[in-house]
Ligand binder design. Structure first.
Ligand SMILES: *[C@@H]1O[C@H](CO)[C@@H](O)[C@H](O)[C@H]1NC(C)=O
Ligand SMILES: *[C@@H]1O[C@H](CO)[C@@H](O)[C@H](O)[C@H]1NC(C)=O
Ligand SMILES: *[C@@H]1O[C@H](CO)[C@@H](O)[C@H](O)[C@H]1NC(C)=O
Length: 465
């Protein structure tokens, strides 16, 4: 869903820039995903004539997510199984619209299998990369090591030099999939091998925030042209059917002083076990700060499901916590993240460092404290703290992979409290830097700004072919 929302926002910008362009977004629906039909309906009528969302029907030989299947293997087989459906859908479109020409495929970072389909139609492929430029470089770096057969055992105490990072990256901050160094790591890195077959890569970032990484990418002639077109965010957001919760959150924030509230939210798949919840609660209580905490219940063990809302929060929170923090703290489940981050009373964001959340935080000028969970979030955290100096550390190497067997380490209240105090310090350098970056992010997408120009160049490339 996250990739889809970003992709549709990108599509809106493309059609806004070129009257002759229309876009069909082909959707493969995961069995666990239920929100797509209502999302499709919510697409603004301003766009329905030139952007179409098409949910593909399941292929006859559908791939099931068995409990023993590795998520990467499942993803790869699931996507590959849709090649025929994609081919048919595109062929259908062009048999009925004879005056319309197919300009190319824009693929998601996991959908490299569809490059074959684009090749069958004789049109170019482009990539829309929904994470940052440093991470893209990390994928390319390890892919080239693997393809030259020189990726050896990664000593967890060592560091690697990756061109898109300013500082050497300690191995413990690499994405879990790369650390595992097994057939699934190879599957993941093979994706990057295929990125090189595309004619251009749009990245959801902007030059001013990732100048080092973008330069490193453009210095490597094996990498296709990069178009930094971000931040592309869904700022409308809306209340997604949660009108009452939305109003109650905003009303509470309205009653707090400027920059006084620490906001904690760990992404659509973020949740903690009870012992960790208690440590966070103790840290918040003794910190004395106002807080808004999005807390969700973990899914059953070993199930690839999303966290859910708690029925009764008192069961997991320390006894009496809700009474003692009444007035200065608010517990929530669902969170309208963009609206919260843009509220003047929010002064800091304890985040899992998903790239999307990172961009939203930058866009709102709110500094972050890092608490990554899975995927590429540890490397994002490292980049934010060490390379960009736009976040403070709570933990950078926390790991809670989807189906992990290892219990994550327990982060103690004291460590959390220290991070929160640094985060909420109103005169720190990080706060000043993030405020400046907010302005730069706004300028980047305005007419004449760096991302505006890059998007224009991309559109031109597409129209020429
Ligand atoms: C990214 O943000 C948008 C709203 O700004 C949200 O709808 C989407 O689900 C987010 N994606 C992820 C991966 O969190
Ligand atoms: C739709 O278009 C109208 C008229 O051009 C404009 O006023 C409105 O803001 C647009 N709505 C969205 C959601 O972009
Ligand atoms: C709080 O922030 C808002 C919006 O940035 C601003 O208009 C207002 O003057 C601020 N209030 C104080 C007391 O600084």
């Amino acid at each position: 869903m996250g990739h889809l929302v970003s992709t549709v926002e990108m599509a809106k910008q493309l059609v806004d820039r070129e009257d002759q362009l229309s876009i069909t977004v082909l959707i493969m629906t995961l069995p666990t995903e239920t929100k797509i039909p209502s999302y499709t309906k919510s697409l603004s009528s301003n766009y329905t004539s030139r952007i179409r969302l098409l949910e593909l029907t399941q292929p006859e030989t559908s791939v099931n997510m068995g409990s023993a299947t590795h998520p990467m293997k499942f993803m790869s087989e699931f996507i590959t199984s849709y090649k025929g459906r994609v081919k048919d859908a595109v062929a259908d479109m062009f048999s009925s619209l004879s005056s319309v020409k197919l300009a190319g495929f824009v693929i998601d970072m996991f959908c490299t299998a569809m490059i074959d389909v684009a090749n069958d139609f004789g049109v170019p492929s482009y990539l829309f990369y929904t994470s940052g430029a440093a991470m893209l470089g990390l994928q390319f770096h390890f892919q080239s090591l693997i393809s030259q057969n020189v990726l050896s055992y990664l000593d967890s105490e060592s560091e690697v030099l990756i061109p898109t990072y300013i500082n050497p990256v300690p191995v413990k901050f690499l994405p879990g999939l790369i650390l595992d160094n097994d057939e699934y790591s190879i599957m993941f890195l093979d994706l990057a091998g295929r990125f090189k077959e595309t004619k251009g890569i749009m990245v959801n970032t902007f030059v001013e925030v990732e100048s080092h990484a973008l330069k490193a990418l453009s210095d490597d002639e094996k990498i296709p042209p990069i178009y930094p077109v971000g931040p592309i965010l869904n700022l409308g957001g809306g209340n997604d059917g949660h009108g009452e919760e939305y109003d109650s959150i905003m009303k509470w924030l309205d009653g707090q002083p400027n920059s006084s509230v620490v906001f904690l939210c760990f992404g659509s798949m973020g949740s903690f076990e009870e012992d960790q919840v208690k440590e966070v609660a103790n840290a918040l209580e003794s910190s004395g700060y106002q807080f808004l905490w999005s807390l969700r219940q973990p899914p059953p063990k070993d199930k690839l499901q999303f966290p859910s809302e708690f029925e009764n929060l008192e069961e997991v929170l320390p006894e009496g916590f809700l009474q003692r923090t009444k007035g200065r703290g608010k517990m929530i489940g669902w969170a309208p993240q963009v609206a919260i981050l843009s509220h003047p009373s929010v002064g800091g964001f304890v985040s899992h460092c998903g790239w999307n959340s990172t961009l939203e935080s930058v866009r709102s000028g709110v500094p972050m404290a890092t608490w990554p969970m899975y995927a590429e979030q540890q490397s994002n955290a490292f980049q934010l703290v060490k390379d960009l100096e736009m976040a403070v550390e709570i933990k950078m190497d926390y790991r809670k992979d989807f189906m992990t067997i290892n219990q994550p380490v327990l982060v103690k209240a004291e460590e959390i409290g220290n991070g929160i105090r640094q985060l909420m310090d109103l005169v720190n350098k990080i706060r000043a830097k993030v405020r400046k970056m907010k302005e730069k992010s706004e300028a980047a997408i305005m007419e004449g700004g760096s991302s505006y120009v890059a998007l224009g160049n991309f559109v031109e490339t597409v129209m020429k072919s």
